[in-house]
Design a protein around this ligand. Structure first.
Ligand SMILES: [Zn+2]
Length: 415
């Protein structure tokens, strides 16, 4: 965008220094109060921009409206969404962002821990960043580009639209959520109040990427009831629930069906937690596939393995309970092709080649899509997220701002 002084990087450097780590053990909304420290900053910046209805609710959600400036009355309301929290996996306290100007192509050693090296060999996307300015953390924390890059880009795009009234757009809603990283990002979202027709999360990886397909996801809990006796008097009686659980895990294939052995469109059965004693054991799994049928096959498989194991423990029993987590957004997006088409056009207009792909995970958009807000995921430039090697480039962030602005414009043009 000619002559525009981008604000995304300034904002980003501010946001990442605020610790917003979410906590999967917490029962509260938001899961950590400190997430609101950033939400309050966003709220103030939105108000300062002139978005008078900007609000932060008690659950930690920020909503704001950019009013339409077009005469057309049938332009759909578009929502742009990012999350304020960072991953529980790596600390986000005391982040010291560093800009590596005009990157020369050599490995980047992070100053506060020399064992933390961003190697070109391990980060193939770096090869497209020669001469760019790369932002990293200092080696002891994550950076938080996931998803503060997205926040900064949406805020900058809002700033652009508000300072360029000649660029026509419909009504735009901004939504900043807490607790995405612990799968609770849409728990308290008020979809009525949001009042948008279509949405985009800005939370993807490489330049030009649009993700319109996610895993479908279920959680499985298996409770095993063994037969408990005093170990000194156990012969022929004891059926140890821990051993039943271990037997079940041992039946899982070693070269397939796991996160560590699958890629692309392959699903998996993944044990995530195990606890118990000889009397009772609990196993938790996550099941992933791109289709409902694939999910059911995997759940049936697990049930069959369990039944087979139990044959050796006639006094014991087990219960397998499936809980739905989220579904592949593609089922919804296919019914609203303009959502993806307009985003692809917006990416092209930013001078990028669009890379449409699926994501081996879920996003806030997976749930939002099934809540009535079809919502694919656009790149934010985030890389190596949930790690101390996380990085984003200034130039990629600016292209993401361009794409967001273009999305608003394309919807107006095509209405
Ligand atoms: Zn994210």
């Amino acid at each position: 965008m000619n002559n525009y002084t981008y604000t995304a990087v300034d904002r980003f450097l501010r946001y990442v220094q605020i610790d917003t780590q979410s906590d999967p053990q917490s029962k509260t909304n938001p899961s950590t109060e400190k997430q609101k420290d950033l939400s309050r900053v966003l709220l103030q910046e939105l108000l300062d921009m002139g978005l008078a209805d900007a609000e932060l609710d008690e659950w930690g959600y920020v909503y704001a409206t950019i009013l339409a400036n077009t005469d057309k009355t049938d332009v759909p309301t578009i929502c742009f969404c990012s999350h304020v929290d960072t991953s529980p996996d790596v600390t986000g306290a005391g982040v010291k962002p560093i800009i590596h100007q005009n990157w020369s192509g050599s490995d980047i050693t992070l100053p506060d821990d020399a064992t933390q090296v961003i190697r070109v060999a391990d980060h193939p996307d770096l090869q497209n960043q020669l001469g760019n300015d790369i932002i990293t953390a200092s080696g002891t924390t994550l950076l938080g580009a996931d998803n503060k890059a997205g926040l900064a880009e949406i805020m900058d795009a809002a700033n652009y639209l508000l300072t360029h009234p000649e660029l026509k757009h419909g009504r735009i809603r901004l939504l900043f959520t807490p607790d995405e990283e612990i799968g609770r990002g849409t728990e308290k979202v008020d979809i009525q109040k949001l009042g948008a027709d279509f949405g985009y999360t800005i939370d993807g990886e490489s330049l030009g990427t649009l993700e319109d397909e996610t895993f479908s996801a279920d959680a499985v809990k298996i409770t095993i009831q063994g037969v408990s006796t005093h170990p000194g008097f156990a012969k022929g009686k004891l059926e140890n629930a821990l051993k039943i659980a271990a037997d079940l895990l041992a039946t899982l294939p070693k070269t397939s069906l796991s996160p560590e052995t699958t890629e692309a469109k392959e699903g998996f059965v993944h044990p995530t937690r195990m606890e118990g004693n000889q009397d009772q054991a609990l196993l938790e799994f996550i099941i992933r596939d791109f289709t409902e049928v694939g999910l059911q096959e995997k759940e049936t498989y697990l049930q069959n393995q369990l039944n087979d194991v139990l044959v050796n423990y006639p006094g014991s029993s087990a219960e397998l309970v499936v809980k739905e987590q989220y579904r592949n957004m593609k089922d919804v997006l296919d019914q609203h092709p303009a959502v993806v088409d307009n985003a692809l056009e917006a990416i092209h207009r930013a001078g990028l080649s669009a890379n449409r792909r699926s994501i081996r995970g879920g996003t806030d958009g997976s749930r939002l899509s099934f809540m009535g807000l079809p919502c694919p995921n656009i790149f934010a430039g985030e890389h190596a997220f949930h790690s101390r090697l996380e990085w984003v480039s200034v130039q990629d962030m600016h292209r993401a701002v361009d794409v967001i602005v273009n999305v608003a414009q394309v919807w107006e043009e095509r209405a």
